[in-house]
Design a protein around this ligand. Structure first.
Ligand SMILES: [Zn+2]
Ligand SMILES: [Zn+2]
Length: 279
């Protein structure tokens, strides 16, 4: 089982690997460009080499790239869709260059257009990118908490998008805080039975490729995206323990995206808490 974490890559991707090792992570999730700015700098051969050297030394598991928060394939604004498509294309290219497991991105909002009306524009952009970018990395849709008009807070919407895209290089990243906020009970054995049943019937468990492992600052069905440190939130240690012991997630890499005890993001303590739960 890979218990990983989102880490900063300030100073270079290789520094992200070192930071991951330092907090005891088994794998890392990174941004390959600033998540709140459109620019995606190209990665030089030298920088990729430095990352590869550090990765080889580290024995870390699969790296996941997190796409920009700005990406909005469901937007009615053509300019914004265009920028999103370019950014996603560039970031996915980098994910493939560094041999990442995949690039995970938020389906984002349909801005009141309704889910059905954005299906084509969404899947067409993803199809074009997959056709254009070579490599083994996957494009993963992240489950959303479901605030406002956000797409992907129910498994049916994700399943529909993946069906439309119809490509073996796509999959899903399940965020425990988001599915909880969207109303899926992942804390009790019965709730987990029902959640994974629904997931399997709609999306298919074979398409679950990564997990964002987070506790929640808010109650179930809050529709609010607020991560909490492991054990300190409404899902809690027992709930996360029930989740972590499911056979459905066995072998699927997990990445912590918690605020951190000191407020600096995933840390040693949060990873320790997960390992304790697993004992
Ligand atoms: Zn995310
Ligand atoms: Zn979140």
């Amino acid at each position: 089982m890979f218990i990983g974490a989102h880490v900063s890559t300030a100073g270079g991707l290789d520094k992200g690997v070192i930071r991951g090792k330092k907090i005891g992570a088994d794998c890392i999730q990174i941004f390959v460009s600033s998540p709140r700015m459109w620019n995606v700098p190209t990665l030089s051969e030298e920088k990729i080499e430095l990352y590869n050297i550090e990765m080889d030394k580290s024995e870390l598991g699969p790296t996941l790239v997190h796409g920009k928060y700005l990406i909005a394939l469901g937007s009615p604004d053509a300019t914004l869709r265009g920028k999103s498509s370019v950014a996603l294309h560039k970031e996915f290219t980098i994910a493939n260059q560094i041999g990442a497991l995949g690039l995970v991105f938020h389906p984002a909002s349909h801005r009141g257009q309704g889910f059905e009306s954005i299906r084509d524009q969404f899947s067409n952009i993803v199809k074009e990118i997959l056709e254009d970018v070579d490599g083994d990395s996957l494009l993963l849709l992240e489950t959303s908490a479901g605030s406002g008009d956000h797409i992907g807070s129910n498994f049916e919407e994700i399943a529909n998008l993946l069906n439309d895209i119809n490509n073996p290089r796509v999959g899903v990243c399940m965020d425990t805080q988001h599915v909880w906020a969207a109303g899926y009970d992942i804390s009790s054995p019965r709730g987990l039975d029902s959640t994974f049943n629904t997931f399997n019937k709609t999306i298919g468990l074979n398409l679950l490729k990564a997990v964002h492992l987070n506790d929640s600052k808010k109650e179930i069905n809050s529709r609010v995206d607020r991560h909490e440190n492991i054990g300190d939130g409404f899902i809690g240690s027992n709930g996360l323990g029930n989740f972590l012991n499911r056979k459905e997630i066995n072998g699927i890499p997990m990445y912590l995206e918690v605020p951190g005890i000191e407020g600096n993001g995933p840390d040693k303590e949060n990873i320790k808490r997960v390992r304790k739960i697993l004992e």
